[in-house]
Design a protein around this ligand. Structure first.
Ligand SMILES: [Zn+2]
Length: 355
């Protein structure tokens, strides 16, 4: 059976290491793939990337996908050369130790592992505990503080050394599908729209946002700069179809079920309707989720930008969020691109989704 063809742009984004505040590698990939398709292209002081298509267009549509990922930041090196860190983003502390990591330094990547006390050396009570962050360390094979600090510096960041792999057909695993898929989807949507620009009334601004994982910070500033009428944030959402997810609490969404379209106070009802209409027109599978509060995504910041923005949210179903082995069906990613292309083409001049 031929293996699934992963788009080069997506594969490169997944390979790029981009913890919040250190998005350089992902920026470079976005620049390389999206800039050539854009009419204008900008970067800003937070590290966002803003690609604009059809600048005279009306309404202004902003598409946002964050390119930052979880990471570990070095805070202290002890006298024996063991490295202590803090977490960037919401980590599950039960899965941090026992990993291979790559530390990004001024002199290039440094390999290491995350260590903690072995199970044999723990008493019964300790075995049941989740380790505190200061009870885990990085080991780069250094024998002293001096030797370690010749190779890494305080403030250097690390990510798990887990690369994209296809596990079956179009189902893949990677360390940061959250949210490289979102950055890919907004960039790829702009690339495809550029090929049929004549059909486009809207100005489309695709933004690869920075620092989402630590408080939707890039979306906050870029929404101000873009000043859109309408926006759609693209992120990952929980697929609740594994053996330990109570549908009564978390709803019903599944891997390979198509884009998850969100509904609730964070979502403009007209934008929701139009996303739904676009999915139906394309005859692609889609699924719904409801959230009564501001969502934990860029949509939260964008909706509250300036005088308020008509905002929607679509999510790629994903299992095992914020672990080193997130699982996504890449067909769901492709359907999100198709959905946004159709949605953008459907916007008409003067259509601001006011209600
Ligand atoms: Zn996340």
């Amino acid at each position: 059976m031929p293996s699934y063809q992963v788009p080069a742009f997506l594969a490169e984004l997944l390979h790029a290491r981009s913890p919040s505040g250190y998005e350089g590698e992902a920026q470079a990939v976005f620049d390389r793939h999206v800039k050539p398709a854009a009419d204008t292209y900008a970067q800003d002081a937070l590290g966002n990337r803003l690609a604009t298509l059809n600048p005279p267009g009306d309404p202004v549509l902003m598409l946002a996908g964050h390119m930052d990922e979880l990471g570990l930041i070095i805070t202290y090196v002890n006298k024996d050369g063991f490295i202590y860190f803090d977490t960037i983003g919401g980590h599950d502390r039960t899965v941090i130790s026992g990993r291979r990591v790559i530390i990004q330094t001024a002199n290039g990547p440094v390999k290491g592992v995350t260590g903690k006390r072995a199970i044999h050396l723990m008493d019964e009570a300790d075995r049941k505990k989740v380790p505190e962050i200061h009870e885990i360390w990085m080991d780069i094979g250094a024998r002293s503080k001096k030797e370690a600090l010749e190779r890494v510096a305080i403030g250097d960041v690390a990510t798990y050394d887990h690369e994209l792999e296809l596990i079956h057909g179009s189902i893949g695993t990677a360390r940061a599908f959250d949210n490289k898929v979102g950055a890919y989807i907004v960039g790829e949507t702009l690339i495809r729209l550029a090929r049929e620009k004549k059909k486009l009334a809207a100005r489309v601004v695709s933004v690869a946002t920075a620092q989402e994982e630590i408080g939707v910070r890039g979306a906050t500033t870029s929404a101000y700069a873009v000043n859109p009428h309408i926006a759609v944030a693209v992120d990952v959402g929980h697929a609740t179809d594994h053996p330990d997810c109570d549908n009564r609490k978390y709803g019903e969404t599944k891997l390979s079920g198509g884009p998850i379209i969100c509904r609730g106070a964070n979502i403009n009802p007209k934008v929701f309707d139009r996303l739904l209409k676009a999915a139906k027109k394309l005859k692609i599978p889609y699924q719904l989720e409801a959230d009564p509060r501001p969502t934990g995504t860029d949509a939260r910041a964008i909706q509250m930008g300036r005088g308020g923005v008509a905002t929607g949210l679509i999510s790629v179903p994903l299992r095992y969020m914020h672990t080193p082995s997130e699982v996504v069906d890449l067909e769901d990613v492709e359907r999100c691109v198709q959905l946004l292309v159709e949605f953008a083409k459907g916007l008409e001049p003067g259509d601001y989704a006011h209600w």
